[in-house]
Design a protein around this ligand. Structure first.
Ligand code: NAD
Length: 537
C-alpha cells in the first residue's frame, strides 16, 4: 500500500492542472467515539505513479491466467470473507459507524453474493461471442466479439459503503483480467486495507490489487496517472470535477453519483408495511446511503395514517454506537455532514415544515449523532426536497393522484433510484416506467444494491455507466471485434475496378437485398448478375 503510517512530516505535492495540491496526513477516526484509529501519510503523485506502473506489469500476467483460474481466486476470496465476516463487519462499524448487523447485511452479504454471481456467470459473459452477418455482401466472413481487459482500472471510493462499493467493483474488474489501484475515502482507509488483505490472501497477486490512501489530491493523481479506466463513486460535485479532468485525457469513466430518491405511497398501499419501509429506507446507515429515501410522497387519503405510523416507529428506534448490538441507527460520519443535515432541517422548519420526530443533534451520545427525523408538510421550495441531505431525515409530502406523484418524483436534478408502494403490482410497474431513474423498486427500496444480477447506476446528475450484474462486468472490458474472411484469395466485389456496369450492378444488388417488392428484388438480382465475376484490380 502507498500512503504509510505517519513516521515523518514530509509532504508530497500533486499537480492538478496548474494548481498545486498538498497530499496531507489523513486520520482514520471512529465516528461514534472520536477515537483515533490510525494515521496515514497521503500517497503522493509519485507513489500513485509507481503503484500504477507496477500494476501495468502485473496485469499482463493476470490477463494471461484465464477466466477459470481467476474465478477460482474469487471462490477463495468468498471463502475467506465468509470466515472473517464478523471481523470485517466490526472493522466497518469502527470506521464508518453503521450497526454491525447493517455491516453484515449491506456490506458483507452484498460482497459474498457479488462473488457468487461472478463465479457463476463470469465465464459465460466474458467468452468470445460470434457475430453473424446479415448483409449478403459480408456473408463470407466470420465475426467475433472479444472482451478484452482495459489494463489498470483506477477506483475512487466513498466512505458510506467502504467495503461493498469498492469490493463489488474490484471483483468484476479482477475477474475480467484487470489490475486495480484503489483510492478509498480518506475516512475509511482501514476498510480498504481489509479488502486488500482478503484479496491477497485469496491469491490475487500483490501488484494486481493495490490501495493508495489519501485525500482528494491522491484521487487527482490517480486520474492523471496511466490508468486505463476510472470507476468513481462519490458526490455529484466531485464527479463533475472528475469528468472534466478525465475528458482532458479521454479517460473512460464510470460515475456513480448522488441521489435524491423518491418513495411513492399510493392510495392502495399497505400503510404498515410502507411506513416500516420508509423509516428503514430513510435511516439505514444514518441516512448516508446513495439509494436512501430522501423524498417521500404519500396519497392525501393515507397521509395522516402514514405520518402517524412513521412517527410512532421512529420514536422506537435506538440511536447509539454501532458496536452495541441493540443500536438501530449509528452516528454520522463527521460533523460537516451533520451540519448539512441540520441546515436542511432548519430551512424546512423555517418554511413551514412540521417536525414529528427527532429534528435535533444528540450531543449527549457524541458529536456525530443526529436523531432520526420525520418532517411533515414539506414542499419543493425547501432544500430538503431538492439537495442531497445524506442524513437520517424522512421528509413527507402529500399528493392527489398518480400523475401528480410522478410529476413530483421527476422534479429533481437526480435520478438514481425510486420506489412505489401499492397493493397492485401492475399499477406499480406502470408508474415505475414513468419515473426517471436508473432503478425503480415496487414494494421495497434500497435492496436493489444487493441484487447482484441488477445493474446499479443513475440518470441525470446521478451519474454515467453501470455497476453490478452483467452490465457492471461489461464496464470492465473493451469490446474488440475480430473478423476473418473465409475466402482469402478472393478479391472483394467492392474493391477497385469501378465503371458504369459496376454501378448498375450495385444498384441492382441494393434493390435485391432491401426492396419490399418481390418483383423489384427479382429484377435487382438480374441487374446484379455477374458482379462477382467482375474484373478487379
Ligand atoms: P466525495 O465526492 O466527497 O468523495 C468521494 C471520493 O472522491 C473520496 O475518495 C475522495 O477522497 C475523492 N475525491 C475528492 N475530491 C477529489 C478530486 N478532486 N479528484 C479525485 N478524487 C477526489 O463523496 P463522499 O462524501 O465520500 O461520498 C458521499 C457521496 O457519494 C454522496 O453524494 C453519495 O450519494 C455518493 N454515493 C453514490 C453511490 C452510487 O452508487 N451512486 C454510492 C455511494 C455514495
Amino acid at each position: 500500500m502507498c500512503g504509510l503510517d505517519v513516521t515523518s512530516s514530509s509532504k508530497c505535492f500533486v499537480m492538478a492542472a496548474d494548481i498545486q495540491i498538498a497530499a496531507r496526513k489523513i486520520s482514520s477516526v471512529n465516528p461514534a467515539t472520536g477515537a483515533l484509529l490510525r494515521q496515514f501519510e497521503g500517497a503522493s503523485a509519485a507513489d500513485v505513479d509507481e503503484a500504477v506502473a507496477r500494476a501495468q506489469i502485473a496485469q499482463m500476467a493476470w490477463a494471461e491466467v484465464g477466466v477459470s483460474e481467476r474465478v477460482a481466486v474469487l471462490r477463495e476470496f468468498q471463502r475467506g470473507l465468509l470466515e472473517k465476516k464478523l471481523e470485517i463487519a466490526e472493522a466497518i462499524t469502527r470506521e464508518a459507524g453503521k450497526p454491525v448487523a447493517e455491516a453484515l447485511t449491506t456490506e458483507v452479504l452484498v460482497v459474498l453474493d457479488a462473488a457468487r454471481f461472478l463465479i457463476d456467470n463470469a465465464y459465460r459473459f466474458l467468452r468470445d461471442e460470434p457475430v453473424p452477418h446479415g448483409n449478403l455482401a459480408t456473408k463470407l466472413k466470420r465475426g467475433r466479439l472479444l472482451r478484452v481487459p482495459y489494463g489498470v482500472i483506477g477506483m475512487i471510493a466513498p466512505w458510506n459503503y467502504p467495503f461493498s462499493i469498492p469490493a463489488t467493483e474490484t471483483l468484476a474488474a479482477l475477474v475480467a483480467g484487470n489490475a486495480v489501484v484503489l483510492k478509498p475515502s480518506e475516512f475509511t482507509s482501514l476498510v480498504g486495507l481489509e479488502l486488500q488483505s482478503l484479496l491477497h490472501a485469496a491469491g490475487v497477486p500483490q501488484d494486481v490489487f493495490q490501495v493508495v490512501a489519501g485525500e482528494g489530491a491522491t484521487g487527482v493523481a490517480l486520474i492523471q496517472s496511466k490508468i486505463d479506466k476510472l470507476i468513481f463513486t462519490g458526490s455529484v460535485a466531485t464527479g463533475k470535477r472528475i469528468a472534466v479532468a478525465a475528458a482532458e485525457r479521454l479517460l473512460p469513466v464510470v460515475l456513480e453519483l448522488g441521489g435524491k430518491d423518491p418513495m411513492l405511497v399510493l392510495e392502495d398501499a399497505d400503510v404498515d408495511a410502507a411506513s416500516s419501509a420508509a423509516i428503514w429506507g430513510a435511516f439505514v446507515n444514518a441516512g448516508q446511503t446513495c439509494l436512501s429515501v430522501e423524498r417521500c410522497y404519500v396519497h392525501c387519503r393515507r397521509y395522516d395514517d402514514f405520518l402517524g405510523a412513521c412517527e410512532e416507529k421512529t420514536k422506537k428506534l435506538r440511536v447509539g454506537n454501532g458496536m452495541d448490538r441493540e443500536s438501530d441507527v449509528g452516528p454520522m460520519i463527521h460533523e460537516r455532514q451533520l451540519r448539512t443535515v441540520e441546515a436542511h432541517v432548519e430551512d424546512a422548519v423555517a418554511r413551514g415544515a412540521r417536525v414529528l420526530a427527532g429534528g435535533r443533534h444528540l450531543p449527549e451520545l457524541g458529536k456525530n449523532f443526529y436523531a432520526p427525523t420525520v418532517l411533515a408538510d414539506v414542499t419543493h421550495e425547501m432544500r430538503i426536497m431538492r439537495e442531497e441531505t445524506f442524513g437520517p431525515v424522512l421528509p413527507v409530502m402529500a399528493f392527489d393522484d398518480d400523475d401528480e406523484a410522478v410529476r413530483l418524483a421527476n422534479d429533481s436534478e437526480f435520478g438514481l433510484a425510486a420506489s412505489v408502494f401499492t397493493r397492485d403490482d401492475a399499477r406499480g410497474e406502470r408508474l415505475a416506467r414513468r419515473i426517471h431513474a436508473g432503478t425503480v423498486m415496487v414494494n421495497d427500496l434500497v435492496s436493489c444494491f444487493g441484487i447482484s444480477e441488477a445493474p446499479h447506476g443513475g440518470v441525470k446528475s446521478s451519474g454515467v455507466g453501470r455497476a453490478h450484474g452483467r452490465f457492471g462486468l461489461e464496464e470492465m472490458v473493451r469490446l474488440k471485434y475480430v473478423d476473418v474472411d473465409l475466402m482469402p484469395g478472393m478479391k472483394k466485389v467492392w474493391w477497385y475496378g469501378y465503371g458504369m456496369r459496376f454501378a448498375q450492378q450495385m444498384e441492382g444488388f441494393l434493390e435485391m437485398q432491401f426492396s419490399r417488392s418481390l418483383q423489384d428484388r427479382v429484377q435487382g438480382a438480374l441487374r446484379a448478375a455477374g458482379v462477382v465475376k467482375r474484373k478487379r484490380l
